[in-house]
Design a protein around this ligand. Structure first.
Ligand code: AKG
Ligand code: MN
Length: 260
């Protein structure tokens, strides 16, 4: 996690968001035309019949494979959001700050990690253990697993108090992720723009032009970022000053067990 945090903060400070906002057209969202990828289940097992099957949008570009659905209806998403607001304990002090070129800055959002016992991960150069799972996070994790068939041992929680909070362009640290595993991103609260930029299409003089993939992540939504998206594409949540409401995002991951 270490790497993306620093890169994110660098992106923030150097105005990468401004570059992201320019140019290329909207992402092509493919409606669920072939019934979904094999492992995306059409229905949530073990739940009462009132629960609608998720309808997936498949987002594809060169080296990018994502699947998007609204997993929780408004009433359930509202409840989960309230519980997250009550129960999640965010980092404070040194863990809520990041050093860039020797200077300390506040991370422009709040963060917390939860996960299985015995796991460790690196964050801001420190080896940390996630907090033990709490019921609201287990509930969301289990719903994601039920509809995708994927399992997760770790979640990073990001809270954006309003549209000024953001995350700069970064890739998630693959050294700590199980090879080939997807990242499941579940969002609650304010709907926010979310961009993917191809690694060859970054900076002032990109080696080639690849269209930016632009999404909006709604209240109660799930975005599956499948392999190899994270290898080829950077992602970000840009500043949106007009947004006054908070947002909480959960990225469920499968991280490699700690070497003994
Ligand atoms: O808030 C989001 O939607 C993205 C968060 C993210 O990219 C991350 O946690 O690595
Ligand atoms: Mn990320």
């Amino acid at each position: 996690m270490d790497r993306f945090l620093v890169k994110g903060a660098l992106g923030d400070l150097l105005g990468k968001r401004e570059r992201e906002a320019s140019g290329e057209g909207p992402a092509g969202l493919q409606k669920d035309q072939e019934g979904g990828r094999k492992r995306l289940k059409a229905e949530t097992p073990g739940k009462a019949g009132h629960q609608a099957s998720p309808s997936w949008q498949h987002i594809r570009a060169e080296g990018l494979s994502c699947d998007y659905t609204v997993l929780f209806g408004k009433a359930e998403a509202d409840k989960i959001f309230q519980e997250l607001e009550r129960e999640v304990e965010y980092f404070t002090g040194a863990l809520a700050r990041v050093q860039v070129f020797g200077k300390w800055h506040s991370v422009p959002r709040k963060q917390a990690t939860y996960g299985n016992p015995g796991l460790t991960y690196t964050f801001s150069g420190l080896t940390l253990s996630p907090k033990p799972w709490i019921p609201v996070l287990e509930r969301v994790r289990d719903r994601v697993s039920a509809v995708t068939g994927e399992t997760f041992n770790f979640v990073l929680v990001n809270r954006y108090k309003d549209g000024r909070d953001h995350i700069g362009e970064h890739r998630d640290d693959e050294r700590e992720l199980a090879p080939g595993s997807p990242i499941a991103s579940v969002s609650f609260g304010a709907c926010r723009d979310f961009f993917f930029r191809h690694k060859d299409s970054r900076g002032k003089q990109p080696s080639r032009k690849v269209e930016v993939v632009r999404l909006q992540l709604a209240h109660g939504s799930l975005l599956m970022m499948n392999h190899p998206t994270n290898t080829h594409w950077y992602h970000s949540l840009p500043v949106r000053k007009k947004i006054l409401a908070p947002r909480v995002n959960l990225t469920f991951r499968k991280i490699l067990p700690t070497k003994k």
